[in-house]
Design a protein around this ligand. Sequence first.
Ligand SMILES: [Zn+2]
Length: 309
Amino acid sequence: MKRASNASFITQPRRWLTLYWRYGLWLLFASSLALLIVLGHQAAQAYQVAINPGDPELGTTFSVVVQAENAAATEPPVITLDDERRFSSFAIGANRYRALIPTSPLDRPGEHIVRVIGQEPTRNLTVWLRNRSFPTQRIRLSADRAGIEGTDYEFDRVDTFKQISSPEKYWNGPLLRPSTGRVSTPYGVRRYYNGVFAEDYYHRGVDYAAPTGTPVVAPAAGQVRLVGRVSEGFELHGNTIGIDHGQGVLSIFIHLSRIDVQEGDFVQAGQPVGAIGATGVATGPHLHWGLYVNGIAVDPEQWRSQSID
Ligand SMILES: [Zn+2]
């Protein structure tokens, strides 16, 4: 090794090459290994995400269930849809969170981007939203009928109700039918007014026709958070009840003849809360049941037939 200690690498390129092959390769190997370990470590700490149902169509509520790998992570991740809408997630188990994503007939069918953003690396997923055709109605508006537009008071109170998202989860299993009446208008019906397609309109609920006085029951447990009466200015909705089922899931009942609950009451699934009527703007006695998920009226039938837990 005497020669090596006296050697100059500049004047001895052969020696330099030998060293390169001996140590350079080791360096390359070691750094690759380090990279693999880092990548592997990151993969182990990335959110595991499941979307259900995986083949949603317009009107479907889909859940995004996120399993955090890092036990130290405590903040629930935020879910975004197409970088436009943000949804809170709620803990449903150890390091496990769920957000409910509403869709409606106004959404664009096709590919959508779901991002899971939080303490672990962002996960990006694509969801294919299937198209669905909804029945249409042709409405002829007379000048006087078009004049009933509701009061600011009722719209303010209904809008405030629709924004409720409480952390508790009150519903459990599939929702119950709130009325024994036949379905007179299904969810999602689109309209033409005087021959012009109403881009923003869709029937934001299900109508059940039954005689005035027929009981209406809570489709799931929850807390009554809205009671509105014709006498207070609910001139379009009529007598109204809003129930908070928790975590952004809400029921609204309108056109009631009778209200049997008060704001703040907790109700159980199947508990009578009021009765069918034709108050507000209604052509005949019926219950309109709107099911809102994070502010959007979704198809209640999915919630009736499936357990979204
Ligand atoms: Zn309706």
